[in-house]
Design a protein around this ligand. Structure first.
Ligand SMILES: Nc1ncnc2c1ncn2[C@@H]1O[C@H](COP(=O)(O)OP(=O)(O)OP(=O)(O)O)[C@@H](O)[C@H]1O
Ligand SMILES: [Mg+2]
Length: 241
């Protein structure tokens, strides 16, 4: 009998609402999730269905109104703000939908930040190498305002990967990229998935990405549903909106 691989992230009954005036508008209504260490998962779903909100919960950047999230067996509810920050610094890389680069820092210093915060030696060298892997070696001294949207996105990807996280949470990481650059980013992420066992959780509408992931989940009406894997890059109808 094959052993079940250990879960890196498990969530049970996650609920999240946002307050709009006096009203609580529910976004997630009981999300259950189990993601094996070393696997790759695409999350699809319509705009406004709560994909980015779910990533924020998994990163410990928002607290659920109900339900539980465990990272490698640790219940996130047992960690205070410092504990969650340590977890992210050491083990999680995040590519935000709107990048969240620091405007006053160069691409290089933005990408070096996670290693610098961890006090690691060689932070700028590692950041330069990761920027080169996303094709930005010539742009490393530019600030975010001097970079295009796709270049900023690639700086965000380099920053999320520079400390070789166990888990990458990426929100539409190829959303602003042309086909050629998107292919390079896909190859980089799946290369790290293969080489280092980096677990990938990707919010994406990119069919090529979904086709390469082990699983595709769809968020709809506040719940996550497993969908059949997308195996044919040409199967344009296979990935739900
Ligand atoms: N900080 C907030 N305050 C109030 N409502 C919010 C907040 N953040 C998100 N929402 C609402 O929660 C819902 C889910 O938002 P979320 O950004 O998670 O969706 P999404 O699936 O990532 O959408 P998209 O595909 O457009 O990025 C939306 O209706 C949004 O308006
Ligand atoms: Mg979003």
């Amino acid at each position: 009998m094959q052993a079940t691989p250990p879960a890196l992230i498990e969530a049970d009954g996650l609920c999240l609402s946002y307050a709009i005036g006096a009203r609580a508008v529910p976004v997630l209504r009981g999300v259950d999730l189990r993601i094996a260490a070393g696997s790759s998962v695409a999350i699809a779903g319509p705009s406004g269905s709560g994909k980015s909100s779910l990533l924020l919960l998994l990163a410990g950047l928002e607290r659920p109104a109900a339900g539980r999230i465990r990272f490698a067996g640790t219940d996130l509810a047992t960690l205070d703000a410092d504990g969650l920050a340590d977890l992210r610094r050491d083990r999680i890389g995040i590519v935000f939908q709107s990048f969240h680069l620091l405007p006053s820092l160069s691409a290089l210093d933005n990408a070096a930040l996670p290693l610098q915060m961890a006090g690691a030696a060689g932070a700028r060298e590692a950041a330069a190498a990761m920027l080169a892997r996303v094709g930005l070696q010539d742009r490393r001294h530019h600030r975010p305002s001097q970079l295009s949207g796709g270049e900023q996105q690639r700086v965000a990807i380099a920053r999320a990967l520079v400390h070789r996280p166990q888990l990458l949470l990426a929100d539409e990481p190829t959303g602003n990229l042309d086909d050629h650059t998107a292919q390079a980013v896909r190859d980089l992420l799946f290369g790290l998935n293969q080489e280092l066992g980096t677990t990938l959780i990707l919010v994406t509408h990119d069919l090529e990405f979904a086709a390469r992931c082990d699983r595709v989940l769809r968020l709809h009406d506040g719940q996550l549903h497993e969908t059949p894997p997308v195996r044919q890059p040409g199967a344009r109808d296979a990935l739900p909106a």
